[in-house]
Every structure is written in C-alpha cells, then in structure tokens.
Design a protein around this ligand. Structure first.
Ligand code: ATP
Ligand code: MG
Length: 422
C-alpha cells in the first residue's frame, strides 16, 4: 500500500490573518499617526512581552470577565509554567510598572501597540489575533488625566478623519463606596429575576453582578433595560469627580453622550469608563475603549497607584479609514543598466543613492524592455539608464516618466539633479 504522506496545513489558523499590501500600509499609517499624537502629549513608548505568566491576566481581568472565563490562550511551556498570550495591554503595563519599580518616576505616560490574542468566535471585527493601539497614564488620580486621555483619543480619531462617524459614550462607575451600593442594588434586582437570567449571568450574579450589564445575551439585555441606574448610587466624591471630567471635556469642545449601562468588559475599572462607537461597523461598533483603574496596581501586589487608559482596535480603525487619507508608498527611481558591463556601475549608483535617502528599485535581470516594464510596475517616478558609451563620458540618462522627458546628466551631479525626488 502506498504510504500516505501527511500534508502540512498551509492556511492561517481560524481568526488570524496575514497583513500585507494596502492593509499593511493602513496599519502603518494608524501606528505612525498614533505614535505622533501620543508623543505630542508627552507619552513614551513601551513594549511588553507578548506572553506573560497566566496569573498576570487571571488575577487582574476578573474571573467572570469574558476574557478570563473563555478567551485566554493559555499554555504550559516546557518548564511547566502556565503562560498566556496577552489578551490586552493594560495588565502587562501594570506588571511592567511594578517589576521595574517605576513608582519613583510618576506620572508614567505610556503608549504601545501590537498583537493581542483572544479565543473568540471569529466574525467581522472579531478575530483571535487582532491588534491594538494602547495608551495609559499611571500615577494621576486627578480627573485631569481622564480629560487628557480622552483628548488624545479625540485628537487621534480626528487626525484619522473618523470623528464625524464616531460618538463618545461616557459613564462613571463611581468610587468603591458608590460601586458597592450599586452592586447591592443590582443583586436585589437580578435575584428577583433569577429565573430569566442566562447561565453565564447567574454566575456573574454570584461573583460580579455589574458584569451582567455587559451581557450580550438577548434575555439578559431585556432585564438590564429595567435594572437600577448607577447614577442613583453616586456619593458626593463620585459626583464631584465626574463633574470635573465633564467640565474638562466641555471646555475642550469634546461632545459625548452619557450611557449608564456602559460597564466595560474587565473587572478593574472605577470612575470614568468610555467607548468610542461607530454605526458603520455593524455589531462590532466599538473602535476604542477604556477607563480608570485605580485599584489595579495594588491588586497586583504593587504600591497603590492610580491609572487610566484606553485601547483601540486597529482592524476596526483600518476598516473605517478612507484610503485617500493613507499615504502612498514613496515612488522609486528605477536604475536600468544597458548591457552586462554596466551592471556593477548600476549597483554602485543604486547603493550610493539609497545611502543618500533616495528610494531606488533595481530589477535583477532582463533586457531594457523587460526592466522598463518592471519600473512601470513599481510605479517609478524616473529611470536612470546606464549605457556603456555614456558611462565613458561620465554621463547617464534620466527619464522622467511623468513628464515623458529625457536628459543626460553627469554622474557626479546625479544627486543634485534628483534632489526633488527624495
Ligand atoms: P467587546 O465587548 O466587543 O468584546 P471588549 O470589551 O472585549 O469588547 P476591549 O478589551 O476593551 O474590548 O478592547 C478594546 C478594543 O479592541 C475594542 O474596542 C475593539 O476595537 C478591539 N477588539 C477587542 N476584541 C477584539 C477582537 N477579538 N477582534 C478585533 N478587535 C477587537
Ligand atoms: Mg470581548
């Protein structure tokens, strides 16, 4: 019997994608715009490992959160440690803050971006490997930080020309006292309707009833509509804090709507919580979201340190951005040696032009016609033809494709002649 050879699976894993071409260009544009905006606000780049000890996420995100209860990519490594591919950025940054003893240098203002991993049911706008931009301020308990992170988000979304289709939804989850009072009210309410709750929400009722407000189950949502409202349980401190945040937003002309059902998916939030939402992406309409997490770092075993931040989904942002806004790749100058003898001269010229900052394309083989075609395909702005006879006179021919013109240029003046292409 013939041996059956096993064929490797040569497709991406469900819920993961290759990023190239226009999408790669759009991603780079988002990253660069984000980087510039964040740095303008005095933030510094941080890049934490893609995997951490499972505890880093398990303890912080909350046992009943969707992420911990069913979405984590956890595995045991060869040394028997339980590790998890990061499902979000904040816990890793909080861990980094503690491990690096950064409480000496507060406030810490960070930004970062990269892949995140969640075992979700793949669908439009929901992937298993997706990418986030992330921004955090640590060590500022004042509402100024809330205002600032929101201003950064609005600046970014404005520069990506998205603000016309996006609304900011805002809520306050209150301080500890307000939250506890609200929590008790929710327990009373949902216990009275226990028989109509989904299985997941029954578990939440035990462990974290506020999480029920974030349930995606239809039956739960009907109950949630009539649940007690959090603003009825705000104490004075919560009210003052929230008023200051709103006054700051008003002063900056940032509009928002209050959504009292907005609780966010993770456990560590208090006070300000927010989401930037669009109607243009169907069910997965949240493009950027975050909030204040003053208890997180202490909960992880670090010194009590306030924190606030947000994360934006790059795939969802990329889907919204107008292609006209994304810068085209720089058009190259093509170098075309005519005849084998000019090959080395062409190579040297390409090298020196690249070293002076020009984008240069050089094909590897073929006659002049083939190489011209290649130059066209690469959308070259110009070609430099290097022929033996001219070379003896120290000249090359520069063809400008857009003007259809052709000039002989001395080799030692080529950089000057091309300077407007740089
Ligand atoms: P949801 O309630 O939609 O599951 P979430 O609370 O899990 O959202 P966050 O953890 O706040 O989302 O993530 C911040 C942003 O990252 C989201 O607003 C979204 O833009 C993006 N995002 C989250 N999960 C995914 C995913 N699986 N695929 C693509 N983007 C995602
Ligand atoms: Mg989720």
């Amino acid at each position: 019997m013939a041996k059956v050879q096993s064929v490797p699976k040569l497709q991406t894993v469900r819920g993961t994608h290759d990023i190239m071409g226009d999408k790669a260009r759009t991603f780079r544009f988002i990253q660069q715009t984000f980087q510039q905006v964040a740095m303008r606000f005095g933030h510094q780049e941080i890049s934490t490992p893609i995997f951490e000890f499972t505890e880093v996420f398990k303890r912080t995100l909350g046992e009943t959160s969707d992420v911990v209860s069913k979405e984590m990519y956890s595995f045991e490594d060869r040394g028997g440690e339980s590790l998890t591919l990061r499902p979000e950025y904040t816990a890793g940054i909080a861990r980094a803050f503690i491990s690096n003893g950064l409480q000496q240098s507060l406030p810490c203002k960070f930004f970062g971006y990269g892949p995140m991993f969640r075992y979700e049911r793949p669908q439009k706008g929901r992937m298993r490997q997706f990418h986030q931009i992330d921004l955090e301020i640590l060590g500022v308990p004042e509402p100024q930080a809330d205002i600032e992170v929101l201003a950064i988000a609005v600046t970014l979304l404005t520069e990506l020309d998205l603000m016309d289709d996006i609304t900011l939804e805002l809520n306050s989850l209150g301080d500890r006292e307000s939250r506890d009072a609200y929590r008790d009210a929710l327990v009373v309410y949902f216990t009275a309707h226990k028989d109509k709750l989904s299985k997941d929400s029954l578990a939440r009722l035990e462990k974290n009833p506020m999480r029920i407000l974030d349930s995606k189950d239809e039956g739960d949502r009907v109950l949630v509509a009539d649940a007690p409202r959090i603003s009825d349980y705000y104490n004075d401190a919560t009210k003052v804090f929230f008023d200051e945040v709103r006054a700051g937003l008003d002063a900056l002309g940032i509009s928002y709507t209050i959504n009292e059902r907005l609780v966010r998916g993770l456990d560590y939030y208090s006070h300000t919580a927010f989401e930037f939402i669009t109607k243009k992406l169907g069910a997965q309409g949240t493009v950027l979201a975050g909030g204040r997490y003053d208890a997180l770092i202490e909960m992880m075993g670090g010194p009590a340190t306030a924190g606030i931040g947000w994360a934006g989904g790059m795939e969802r942002l990329a889907e919204l951005i107008s292609p006209d806004l994304v810068p085209e790749e720089i058009r190259p100058i093509a170098i075309i040696p005519i005849g084998a003898d000019c090959q080395i001269e062409a190579l040297k010229l390409a090298q020196s032009l690249r070293a002076s900052g020009f984008t240069v394309d050089m094909s590897y083989r073929g006659n002049m016609g083939k190489r011209m075609k290649r130059a066209n395909k690469a959308k070259a702005v110009a070609a430099i033809l290097i022929g033996e006879d001219e070379l003896k006179r120290g000249l090359v021919t520069v063809k400008n494709f857009d003007e259809g013109s052709q000039t002989e240029v001395a080799l030692d003046q080529i950089t000057d002649h091309l300077s407007h292409y740089r």
